[in-house]
Structure formats: C-alpha cells, structure tokens
Ligand binder design. Structure first.
Ligand SMILES: C[S@@+](CC[C@H](N)C(=O)[O-])C[C@H]1O[C@@H](n2cnc3c(N)ncnc32)[C@H](O)[C@@H]1O
Length: 546
C-alpha cells in the first residue's frame, strides 16, 4: 500500500554552520550557476488545531502546503479534528492507517531524528492536499454482478472491501466506480472469482486528468475526468466475451461521456489478463472509447501518460515536488533521470532548466510512447539532446553517470540497485581531470549500446565535449527504509554530502508503520564535493561536530 510522511525542522545552529559554509564553498569553486536559496525554515499550516510542537503561522486554502517549524520531535501529538480523515471505511479498509493529524504523519519524528543525525540543517515538509488527493487507483472487482465490491483487499486477506466513499480518492474516481457498478448490474457483468478463475471483470484502474484548458485553473482539479481501464478476464478482443466488455464500456461512455451534463469519463481502455497470479495487468491493451491520449499538466509541462505506464497517484503533490526539484538543477546542465518512467521528471527539467542534455532511463518499454508524446509538445532548443532509453539501470550504471552534471534517481520502494549505489560511490571519487582526458564523447557506451531502444527527440550529442562528472545527486524516494539504507551507504563512503531534504505528503493517512515502505516522497539532494580540498574541509567540518 501507499503510505505518507515527511517534515521540516530547525536544528541547533552548531550543526548548521559548518555544513552551510562548506556548501557555499563547493558551489563557488565549482562555478555552478546560482543555486536555489536555502529552503525556508518556517512552515505554514492549514490546520486549525496544531500539535503543541508545531508553530502555526497562518491558515492556507485547502490545497496549500503546510509550513511548520519543528523545534523538537513531537512525542505526544494532539489529535487535530480539522485534519481528520472522517472516512466511514476506515475500520474495514486497509488503505488508510491513521485517521488523525493527516498533515503530520507518524514517521515525522523518526525522519527528524534521522536527518538531524546526518547533519542536515533544515528539512521542509509540504503537507499537500489531505483529502481527495488520489488521482490514480487500482481497485479489485469481486462480489456479484448485482452487488459488486470494488475496492482494496482487507488487511492480510483477499477479501475485497467496497469503498464507495473513499476520502483519499479524487471524487471523480468514486463517481466513476458508482457508474461502473450500475453498468455491471445492468449488463450482468460477473466480477472475477479468484478461487475458480472465473468471471469477467478482475480489476479496474481509474486515473484522473485535471488537464482542461477550457476551464479556469481554479476549477480544473474538481472537474477531473477519469480514464477507466477495465482488466478483463480473457485473452483478447477476439474472445467471445468481448461483446460484453464493449457493452460495459459503451454504457459508461453513454452515461458519463462528453454528451452528458456531467462529463465524468475521459476514456475507456481494456486490458486482457488471464493469469492466475496476483499480477494486475496483462500485456495486451486496447483503447475502446474517448481520447486515447491522457494529458496532465505537472512541473510546468504537459505530460502524456499511457494507462500501462507508471503514473504518480498524487498529481498535485508531484507538481509541488517537480517545482521544488527544478531549483536544484542549474540552467544548461546535463541531467540523467534514472528510473524515469515516462520521463516526466527529466522532461520537466529539460523544459524549465534549458538542459543541455537529458537522458531518461527506464526498464519498462511501455513508457516510451508516453515519453515521445510528452516530448512532442515541448519546445526544446536545437542544441539540446533529450533522449529516453529502455535499459536496466543496474547494468553498467557508470555509463549513465559519466557525462551528467546532475543525477536524478526515483527508484521503486526497494531503493537503489546495489550496482548503481556502488557506481554512485565510485564516480564521486573519480578524478575529474583524468576522466575528462580518457573518455571521449564518441565512446559513450549509451550512444552505441542503446541506439535501438532509445528515443532521441532532437539536438545532437556534442562530439568533442568531454564528459562531466555528477556534482549533484537528487534522490526521490517513496521507500523510507530503503532510503535510509541507501543514504547511510552514500554518506559512509564520504563521497557524498547530504545537503537538503524536502518532504511531500504524497499519501496522507496511509502510513502503516515504519517498517512498511512507501511513505511520502522526499527529495534528497546530495552534493558531490569535486575537489579533494573541499572534501577534506568537509571531513574536517564533520569531525568538528562529532
Ligand atoms: C517510482 S517509479 C518512478 C517513475 C518516474 N520517475 C515518474 O515519476 O513517473 C519507478 C520506475 O522505475 C522503473 N524501474 C524499476 N526498476 C528499474 C531498473 N532496474 N532500471 C530502470 N528502471 C527501473 C519502474 O518501471 C518505474 O517506472
């Protein structure tokens, strides 16, 4: 399950001073373009009742970030009724695990302590939207045609809990689920029976797009439309049951499509899956009705996301994260976006930071089409090189790191592949001068090796330019435990210094325990002190603190 957490405290000045001084030295000696100002140490909350250890500065509208000042980790949080889930499914549904203080996930204390121990002087936390934040949901369909159950599994079982009034879902998802149930009853569509392997509809994925330029910006979110992907228990559109699937799609389109007063349904897709495993989607997708392209606007760009590729569940929080992240990437930088999905992060940086080069690396080939679509709408300078590569980042990871000024990693919950972790450590120790002489641009392995599985949208690779070494590593994490492990490993090698941390409440209310991954997403920024002298001075600073 998805989970939520994050934070932003002030720590005692003793730990702050040397770290910040060093950072300034690193920046100036590397002649990097001006970096973003340090994040504010002050936070604003929209909750009317704040826990005792949080300073409430002002009230914000429902979707605004909470800005808090944490003096010390809290030990006994006060229940805040204004930040309460108020969901009637809470007891039975496994989706959410805490009802109170959604703005302040339980992981906060541990996170504060952890980052304090790493010497990070400040840590910002954006509480994001607390209700109706989930714009992408995969729901199991069980029960009977007359009484379908559409929701999540009950904790530790395969019993599906119906969640028609889920408070985490964008309201359009609940409305589309309701419409789906009506269609199933009317058309006698049988839900999947796991024990027997029978039935027709196994799962449904509902994805909301809030992209609608004909509405004022303030109206777009609440008028989100749903891309419905029906996971059908049959082999393909040539199967005999396809007529029923088509009838269900048509029902939803007729009742919720553009001709209705309430235009709810953006499009309907089918996915065919007959495996008895727990894998939700099969390999075969078919677009049935509505627009085949699904657009969203995040991080300053229009983004296309196919139902088969990874998409962030919390659109608004992702937008906040992207806008924050952009500030850490110098104009004109070379960026590699690892675990890139459809390349949203890389393309957002390409557009907003005028990157010289952006390479997006992703293992799932389904994401390529979405990358191409998104890239086609961007205005990229002729000289810029923007590419997407189907590749496993755990294989020859050095090849992706060399030549990049900034490395962005956004791994799955299990964290970084060990080989990439090793490469990040070793690349930080490589001597810039010797590397520049040895490695010629035309020998870059990705140019040769990845030609067939890569998309390069425009621009040319500069042929004579010597490759740079990464100076900044931006780690985006949705797995707290794995992040801690990776972070400790990077820091213990003394190659990287953790300089900034930003938390985003991506999954409010859904944190289960510290042992479970997928908390809120964090951006962690590591700076690589390129010059040995700086590294030494950094080590001295560290020693002075210990
Ligand atoms: C948390 S998602 C991030 C996606 C993307 N950054 C975004 O925000 O849309 C992790 C992505 O890593 C991909 N992935 C997992 N293991 C990988 C590997 N070894 N090499 C490359 N990509 C991988 C997954 O397919 C998934 O798209």
């Amino acid at each position: 399950m998805d989970i939520g957490k994050s934070i932003s405290p002030c720590f005692p000045p003793r730990a702050v001073q040397p770290q910040l001084k060093l950072m300034a030295a690193v920046v100036s000696l590397l002649s990097l373009p001006a970096r973003a100002p340090p994040p504010s140490l002050t936070f604003v909350t929209r909750c009317t009742t704040a826990p005792s250890t949080i300073t409430r500065l002002s009230r914000q509208p429902a979707s605004a970030p909470i800005l808090l000042t944490h003096e010390e980790p809290k030990t006994n949080p006060i229940k805040s009724s204004s930040c309460e889930l108020h969901c009637r499914h809470f007891e039975s549904c496994s989706g959410c695990t805490h009802e109170y203080n959604l703005h302040q996930p339980p992981i906060l204390d541990e996170a504060i302590r952890f980052f304090k121990s790493t010497g990070v002087s400040n840590f910002t936390f954006d509480t994001c939207r607390l209700w109706g934040w989930r714009c992408r949901a995969k729901l199991a369909v069980r029960g009977s045609s007359m009484k379908p159950l559409i929701g999540l599994y009950e904790e530790g079982t395969h019993n599906v809990v119906d969640i028609p009034e889920c408070k985490a879902h964008h309201p359009s998802i609940n409305a589309a689920v309701d419409l789906l149930k009506q269609g199933m009853a009317e058309l006698n569509i049988e839900p999947y029976d796991e024990d027997e392997g029978t039935g027709e509809l196994r799962y449904v994925q509902m994805a909301v797009t809030t992209y609608n330029t004909s509405l004022p910006a303030s109206e777009r979110y609440k008028n989100g439309k749903v891309q419905v992907a029906l996971v059908w228990n049959d082999r393909s559109e040539n199967s005999t049951s396809f007529a029923k699937l088509n009838a269900l799609a048509t029902y939803m389109w007729r009742k919720g499509g553009p001709r209705r007063e309430l235009h709810l349904i953006h499009s309907v897709w089918a996915n065919f899956q007959t495996s008895t495993s727990n894998v939700i989607f099969g390999n075969r997708w078919r677009h049935l009705l509505g627009e085949s392209d699904f657009w969203e606007h995040v991080g300053g760009i229009d983004v296309s996301i196919a139902p088969s590729s990874f998409g962030q569940a919390n659109t608004r929080a992702f937008d906040s994260l992207l806008r924050k992240l952009q500030k850490y990437v110098p104009y004109g930088a070379s960026v590699v976006d690892l675990y890139a999905g459809a390349g949203v992060i890389g393309l957002s940086l390409a557009a907003t930071r005028k990157c010289r080069s952006v390479k997006c690396v992703e293992v799932n080939k389904e994401a390529k089409h979405s990358f191409e679509k998104t890239a086609s709408r961007l205005q990229i300078d002729e000289e810029s090189s923007i590419s997407w590569h189907q590749a496993d980042t755990s294989k020859e990871p050095h090849t992706w790191l060399l030549g990049s000024d900034v490395v962005v990693v956004d791994p799955p919950r299990k964290g970084l592949d060990p080989s990439l972790l090793g490469a990040l450590q070793s690349v930080a120790f490589m001597k810039r001068n010797s590397s520049e002489k040895k490695v010629k641009m035309e020998k870059r392995p990705w140019v040769l090796r990845e030609r067939e599985t890569s998309v390069q949208t425009n621009g040319q690779m500069a042929q004579d330019e010597a490759p740079s070494l990464p100076q900044t590593l931006i780690y985006i994490s949705c797995g707290w435990d794995s992040f801690k492990k990776d972070c400790k490993s990077l820091l213990s090698s003394k190659a990287w210094e953790l300089t900034k941390v930003h938390g985003f409440n991506f999954f409010p209310g859904t944190q289960r325990s510290l042992s479970l991954p997928s908390l809120s997403l964090y951006i962690y920024i590591f700076m690589f002190p390129l010059l040995i002298g700086i590294l030494r001075s950094w080590l001295c600073s560290r020693e002075a603190l210990e």
